[in-house]
Design a binder for this molecule. Structure first.
Ligand SMILES: [Fe+2]
Ligand SMILES: [Fe+2]
Length: 438
């Protein structure tokens, strides 16, 4: 007699834990690919908004990816293997984003293709998953759904603004994104089902990714080489009072170089140093983007227009042609060098009743303390991996000092006059503002 059982044909039973892990692992590699591309592109994106919102977004993506990765480990315990494996055709298409023909095309591909694909995938998973079995990852995915919706909206606006400023690149960007979209369809998109093999080979119109030697910068600002006269003129005081308030805000704003550098090193060492490095570098870059924003928001609140604010290039420029380890050294060294002065400056701002400068300096201090640890950790890790190529930290610092000193020495009389003029105009404006409020 045939045995009969109670029925188990229930929607909750559709996926076993390995099935769920297979899907979540796919999402992880999609996120990871986009995190690296977004980081690498920061230096080539001129828009200040673009340079500061992308790090926010790829830090969010990193939080999502990390939750996915941890969940995959839980579901596959004791295995801690994370391999692209069967998802290769899909991740190959995601990786192609890096080879965009222009910054505009890159941002358009995020807005129109990749972020919406992940948003749709997370919604699909959320609908199909069993709350009882899969609850631990659903919270992260629901957060990611909200974030991705906001990302798509902001990136769509950014792509529109960037293309409006460069209409000659519109047709090329549209064609490239359409070709990329076709490839994504061919591999089956981001889905609960594994991808299918697609057409291999380059997307028509692609340009292999190269980190630019000179960073693209937002032309709304006063673009120059050195962002304050004291960089090139030892007689120009760092200053007190309104001069210190301005100097500090301009320094914060000029951490744009640190944003670009954080992105550059994330991209350069992602494969070498692995996920934990990506996780730290994403936070590092996001923090620098918040510091740059802090400076800009302060200057804006005092009434400065973008064209009155200097945006210097010399620190980013000084690492051109160098091993990316030098950029990691620069970020570690120049960003944490003045950490001891920050509490003193915060105190000075408190004595001026400038609560917002004090607040920004105070929070910046906490971030820089984390960054000092990142720098040590990852420079040591790189040296352990490549002892022949990577010198010790002291030698790297010395090299960074030499490179920046060389860039400073190259200042022409015109560079010096230009920054003195713009700084003096800012100081004069501050004096007018303070007289009005006296
Ligand atoms: Fe910073
Ligand atoms: Fe920093």
């Amino acid at each position: 007699m045939q045995q009969v059982f109670l029925p188990g044909d229930h929607a909750r039973g559709q996926w076993m834990r390995f099935d769920a892990a297979r899907i979540l692992k796919r999402y992880f590699f999609c996120e990871r690919s986009l995190i690296i591309s977004q980081a690498g592109w920061l230096a080539a994106i001129p828009s200040f908004d673009g340079k500061t919102i992308l790090p926010t977004f790829f830090w969010q993506d990193t939080m999502t990816a990390n939750a996915l990765r941890e969940r995959v480990f839980e579901l596959r315990y004791p295995s801690r293997l994370m391999e692209i494996g069967e998802d290769e055709p899909l991740i190959t298409v995601f990786d192609q984003a890096r080879n965009a023909p222009s910054a505009e095309a890159f941002v358009l591909s995020l807005a129109r293709l990749f972020k919406p694909a992940l948003l749709a995938a997370y919604r699909e998973y959320e609908q199909l998953a069993d709350e009882l079995a899969d609850g631990p990852i659903l919270r992260a995915l629901r957060t990611a759904i909200t974030e991705k919706m906001e990302q798509v909206a902001a990136l769509t606006t950014l792509a529109t603004v960037m293309l409006r400023a460069a209409p000659e690149r519109q047709a090329e960007a549209e064609a490239w994104v359409a070709a990329l979209g076709q490839r994504l369809v061919e591999v089956g998109g981001v889905s609960v089902a594994p991808p299918v093999a697609g057409v291999n080979g380059e997307i028509p119109g692609s340009r292999p990714f190269v980190l630019p030697d000179k960073a693209a910068r937002d032309e709304r600002f006063h673009l120059c080489r050195y962002y304050w006269p004291d960089v090139v003129d030892p007689h120009f005081p760092y200053g007190e009072g309104i001069r210190l308030q301005l100097r500090s805000a301009v320094s914060h704003f000029n951490e744009v170089w640190a944003v670009e550098t954080g992105g550059a090193i994330l991209h350069a060492f992602a494969d070498d140093l692995g996920w934990e490095f990506i996780y730290d570098a994403a936070r590092w870059t996001y923090d620098e983007s918040r510091h740059a924003r802090m400076g800009y928001e302060r200057l804006k609140s005092w009434g400065y227009q973008p064209q009155e604010i200097p945006l210097g290039s010399y620190i980013y420029d000084s690492a051109r042609g160098q091993d990316p380890v030098i950029r990691l050294g620069m970020l570690h060294y120049f960003e944490t060098k003045n950490i001891g002065k920050k509490t003193k400056r915060a105190e000075a701002f408190a004595s001026y009743h400038d609560k917002v400068s004090q607040h920004d300096m105070d929070f910046d201090w906490a971030d820089e303390t984390i960054h000092a640890a990142y720098g040590h950790r990852w420079l040591d890790a790189l040296r352990a991996l490549h002892p022949d190529r990577v010198p010790d930290i002291d030698a790297i610092r010395q090299r960074c000092d030499e490179l920046v000193a060389h860039e400073v020495k190259a200042a022409t009389q015109q560079d010096c006059q230009e920054i003195a003029q713009i700084a003096n105009a800012m100081i004069a404006k501050a004096e007018r503002i303070t007289h009005r409020t006296e």
